[in-house]
Design a protein around this ligand. Structure first.
Ligand SMILES: NC(=O)c1ccc[n+]([C@@H]2O[C@H](COP(=O)([O-])OP(=O)(O)OC[C@H]3O[C@@H](n4cnc5c(N)ncnc54)[C@H](OP(=O)(O)O)[C@@H]3O)[C@@H](O)[C@H]2O)c1
Length: 323
């Protein structure tokens, strides 16, 4: 089968299109013919040699969509369309290939109203977003901030929080054109940080109240700024570092509102947390209350260009490989 493999973790040049044997279906695994694979910043972190635990050579791709060919039983009959995330593309070969033998518990049926390309970009973003919201004690009426409306996490948290009844589901962008794009797509609580400081925007939108929940995948100055907008007893989750792994914080931003801050690692989640998250996400997909956004697709052979486009181009929406 064709696969895009990182032969070395030395940047984009490390990616090579190669032929590999089709994987074997062992007990508890389901053979999935991959139709589309989500491109994520994790691919870039691994390819740059900055991710703990990954070993080259490695087929990248942490999430994907495809069709069941064998081993799915009655839950996932032959021919059913599925999407999944797991340790693929990080600790074992991933979805940038024609077939993956997927652990049955990682699979989720794709609703009929969602196409494979959109589905391929759902698992990582929406599972992370929902798990983060649950751990932060989200319920209807809360005010939520998730920076970077065009990014996968920022967008998924904003869509989920809005669909689940947040009083305010706020996000941001550093790019004025993206702020306009967000407005046109109906995201009305996006702070354009080329015009206004993030914390000022949150205070303006919430009439001074602040954010009960901050879910941040950006790090650096964005996280530092976001801490200035926390409501009393607010909860901050840091889970990514698209801008930087390092940040400087004003400790009084935590002390005064008695706020708390925690990290989130999706590779450390119990199966029940993932199952519970799918149980929230799937009905919202079916009803159209949340709608995944795809910015651009690339063929498998252009995996390096796709990743470059995601990281350097900072598009609005997901980048997906068609297999
Ligand atoms: N802990 C976990 O288990 C877990 C799970 C999923 C993802 N993650 C991590 O979470 C992070 C976000 O993932 P994602 O998929 O949402 O990323 P993404 O889709 O690539 O979006 C990142 C966004 O960050 C903003 N950005 C990038 N560089 C910036 C900079 N220098 N300064 C300010 N803003 C910048 C950009 O928005 P604007 O151009 O609009 O400003 C960009 O669109 C990544 O580090 C990812 O690996 C972690």
């Amino acid at each position: 089968m064709r696969a895009m493999r990182a032969e070395t973790f030395s940047g984009y040049e490390g990616l090579k299109l190669i032929e590999l044997p089709k994987p074997a279906v062992t007990k508890g695994k389901v053979m999935v013919r991959i139709t589309a694979a989500g491109v994520t910043p994790l691919d870039h972190t691994i390819l740059s040699g900055k991710f703990h635990g990954s070993k080259a050579p490695l087929v990248l791709g942490n999430e994907g969509a495809g069709v069941v060919e064998e081993g799915g039983g009655t839950d996932f009959p032959v021919g059913s369309r599925v999407m999944f995330f797991g340790t693929y593309g990080a600790f074992e070969d991933g979805t940038d290939s024609e077939w993956v033998a997927v652990r049955k518990e990682d699979l989720c049926l794709i609703p009929d109203n969602v196409d494979d390309v959109s589905a391929a970009g759902i698992p990582v973003a929406y599972l992370t977003a929902q798990v983060a919201l649950t751990l932060a004690g989200f319920r209807a009426g809360k005010t939520v901030l998730a920076p970077a409306i065009g990014g996968s996490i920022g967008n998924a948290v904003t869509q989920l929080a809005r669909a689940l009844g947040a009083k305010h589901a706020m996000s941001s962008t550093t790019n004025h054109a993206k702020a306009e794009q967000a407005k046109a797509l109906g995201f009305n609580e996006v702070i354009d940080t080329s015009l206004e400081k993030l914390a000022d925007g949150v205070r303006r939108i919430t009439s001074g109240y602040g954010a009960d929940i901050v879910i941040d995948g950006i790090g650096g100055e964005v996280l530092s700024e976001a801490l200035g907008a926390i409501a009393l007893e607010g909860r901050v989750t840091t889970l990514g570092y698209s801008a930087s792994r390092r940040t400087t914080i004003d400790v009084t931003n935590l002390i005064v509102p008695q706020a708390s801050i925690r990290g989130l690692n999706m590779f450390a989640q119990p199966q029940a947390a993932i199952t519970d998250a799918w149980n929230v996400i799937v009905p919202l997909l079916k009803s159209g209350a949340i709608k995944p956004i795809v910015a651009k697709t690339f063929p498998l052979v252009e995996a390096a260009a796709a990743l470059h486009y995601l990281v350097e181009g900072r598009p609005f929406g997901r980048v997906v490989l068609t297999i």
